[in-house]
Design a protein around this ligand. Structure first.
Ligand code: SP5
Ligand code: ZN
Length: 358
């Protein structure tokens, strides 16, 4: 299988994230992508491919231009405002209670402030998502990785894997969050719709609900979003990801959430995977975008499910058994020592190769 990869991800290199107001070592680090790349190279069955630049156009087809502008300007603004920090986290979020009783029209007329600590809140979901000097450049590379993966599949590959970093599925049209800046999977899905006119399904198997992807396609019937994730009653992003979120308007019925119980094992998880795959199979279309996370792993430091490396092999096998072409993009997964083996297992499963050891 071809693996789209660039060293450009390294530009996003946070050392620290804040969690409940205190600094902790960052989870979403360059070593994650290194571990996966090294394991796939060592396997011998994968071929690394460089991404091609696709410009900002495809990003703007799913994201608000204001988000792109903010991410481009954020680090220069931190420097201009002489904020002595190695990373930017919002000072203030415009949360719903601030505007209670005010009309949608009035709220929409409030200005994006000029202060970068406020702008980070305006465009950001949470305080565990540090922006550093190279974040924008790396996030642009991640989109190009996803789009090059699309190009490979449109060019005839049965499946291709984009080693995206930073990840994307928490990023909504007008919001970054959850280690995500641009929604790589959503940009990829939109590019497939634009190129083929076909319906596209997005299968999200990261441990967290892909609130951003859900938001972007909420009213769309041409892009089906199906996600398995830890129940948001327990885990980030907390406020979306419940089973009754089915989409609205023309998109009603094209959004499917499968919240998982604490410590869900391979068998529990794979049973719901089959339900998601059944729904995808019922829909026309020849390409599925997979938002692939390994933070469902039993040792993951921020997830709370209990999947195994063997489980990932079986997951890849079942997803490929759909008989659709696969655009696979990397999302989360933070137990770095197991990331390479888990990616290798999943992708070998998807190629119909045997497990091949942990
Ligand atoms: C793409 C992706 O997987 N994003 C995950 C975002 C999770 N954000 C919340 C992180 C909180 C980390 N808490 C660490 C403390 C563990 N006890
Ligand atoms: Zn995740």
């Amino acid at each position: 299988m071809k693996v789209v990869h660039t060293e450009g991800h390294r530009r996003h290199d946070p050392k620290v994230e804040t969690y409940l107001g205190l600094p902790l070592p960052a989870n979403e680090v360059p070593a994650r992508a290194d571990a996966i790349r090294d394991a796939l190279v060592a396997d011998g069955g994968f071929e690394l491919v460089d991404p091609q630049g696709h410009g900002a156009g495809p990003i703007l087809s799913v994201h608000d231009p204001g988000l792109v502008r903010f991410l481009e300007e954020a680090w220069p603004a931190v420097q201009e405002q002489a904020i002595d920090r190695e990373f930017l986290v919002a000072d203030t979020y415009p949360t719903r209670g601030m505007f209670q009783g005010m009309s949608d029209e009035f709220v929409a007329s409030r200005p994006e402030t000029r202060a970068v600590g406020g702008r980070a809140g305006w465009w950001g979901l949470d305080s565990s998502n540090p922006i550093v000097a190279g974040t924008y450049v790396a996030a642009r590379w991640a989109v190009d990785v996803a789009l090059t993966t699309v190009d490979l599949v449109l060019g005839g590959e049965t499946a291709a894997y984009g080693l995206c970093r930073p990840p994307g599925h928490h990023a909504a049209a007008a919001m970054a969050g959850g280690y995500c800046f641009f929604n790589n999977a959503a940009v990829a899905a939109q590019a497939i719709v634009d190129a083929t006119g076909e319906r596209v399904a997005i299968l999200d198997v990261d441990v967290h609900h892909g609130n951003g992807t859900q938001q972007i396609f909420w009213r769309r019937e041409d892009v089906l979003y199906a996600s398995l994730h830890a129940d948001p009653l327990r885990l980030y992003p907390f406020f979306l990801g419940y089973a009754d979120e089915v989409g609205e308007g023309p998109g009603r019925g094209a959004n499917l959430n499968f919240p998982q119980p604490l410590r869900a094992d391979d068998a529990t998880y794979l049973a719901d995977l089959d339900r998601a795959l059944e729904r995808i199979a019922a829909e026309p279309g020849s390409i599925v975008v997979v938002s692939l996370g390994f933070d469902t792993f039993h040792l993951d430091p921020i997830g709370d499910l209990a999947l195994t490396t063997e489980g990932y092999h079986e997951m890849g096998r079942r997803v490929a058994a759909l008989g659709r072409r696969l655009v696979i993009v990397q999302e989360g997964g933070y137990h770095v020592p197991a990331l390479g083996g888990n990616a290798r297992a999943w992708l070998r499963g998807a190629e119909g190769r045997h497990f091949g050891g942990a």
